[in-house]
Design a protein around this ligand. Structure first.
Ligand SMILES: [Fe+2]
Length: 297
């Protein structure tokens, strides 16, 4: 589908998580990860990386859960038309006003795999970046595990217009709606949960600072920092307090949809580099043998 890249959404705006201990999770996301606390609006706590009103939403829950995720629609999107198209696709959207602070109007829809989506056009600006903790530059992508992967993939590709950029062993499929190698990663396994949430760091040197910050509060880095094959991002993973994996990354591949390939980088082993299926054991381009099983974690 080279040259036909016209996605309806342009980026992942926010992820709302059900957490078992709200105070513990707020401490982690604010004091360790370095997000800014924006406001509490019962039952939710709104946190921001800096530029947008919110990027992470926390809600007290008996079990950890993915509550919803929000995507910003591309310029010129019409919410009425978007809602009509969702109905024509066989889904049941609902228009909401002021359901989220910082967002005037949104369309909420339950998609295959039980993923509840918010789609919006504009969000208020955020409180600014903090300088403490890990302090990432932005929210980048989410990886979700679902037994309804084929249907969820169809929603992303056929309805939202996301582009396939890679897969690992046919189990994890990467898709994008912008120049990032992936904005979502759908993992086809018989359970429903978040696999990981990823934040981009400003610079490679931030990896060392981030790992030191995590170590100082007793949170181990489970995998990496190391360079992936799929996406070639320099990535490191740790668990949040509910054992939701958090990825911190830099240098992700830049996708050029008009050319159907990625911007060349010195560390690529193929030139040109195009979307492809990687083997399950091709997790790190450095061939480092980590004991932590990133696939099943
Ligand atoms: Fe990731």
């Amino acid at each position: 589908m080279v040259g036909t890249f016209n996605p309806r959404a342009i980026r992942l705006g926010y992820v709302a998580l059900g957490v078992k201990d709200l105070s513990r999770s707020r401490d982690y996301y604010c004091e360790v990860l370095g997000l800014a606390h924006v406001l509490d609006q019962d039952p939710d706590v709104y946190l921001s990386v800096g530029a947008e009103h919110h990027n992470i939403v926390l809600r007290q829950s008996d079990e950890k859960a993915l509550v919803h995720l929000g995507y910003e629609l591309s310029d010129g999107a019409d919410l009425d038309e978007f809602e009509r198209d969702l109905r024509a696709f066989g889904l049941s959207p609902e228009r909401k006003s002021d359901s989220q602070p910082g967002i005037d109007q949104l369309v909420e829809v339950l998609a295959p795999g039980g993923n509840l989506f918010h789609f919006y056009k504009e969000m208020c600006v955020g409180p600014g970046y903090r300088r403490s903790g890990v302090a990432p530059a932005r929210l980048g992508h989410i990886a979700v595990i679902t037994p309804e992967a084929k249907k969820l993939l169809a929603f992303y590709q056929r309805f939202l217009g996301f582009h396939y950029t890679d897969d690992i062993g046919g189990i994890a499929t990467f898709m994008t709606c912008n120049s990032d190698h992936h904005v979502v990663n759908i993992v086809d396994l018989p359970e429903s949960r978040v696999h990981h949430i990823a934040f981009e760091l400003s610079d490679n040197s931030d990896h060392a600072r981030a790992c030191d910050t995590l170590t100082s509060v007793g949170m181990p880095t489970l995998w990496g920092p190391a360079r992936h094959y799929a996406g070639h991002n320099l990535a490191a993973y740790h668990y949040d307090p509910d054992r939701v994996m958090i990825e911190l990354y830099t240098q992700m591949d830049v996708y050029l949809p008009a050319l159907g390939r990625f911007e060349a980088r010195p560390w690529h082993r193929q030139n040109p580099l195009r979307p492809q299926s990687w083997k399950k054991e091709q997790m790190t381009a450095w061939e480092t043998d980590f004991n932590f099983d990133l696939v099943t974690a």
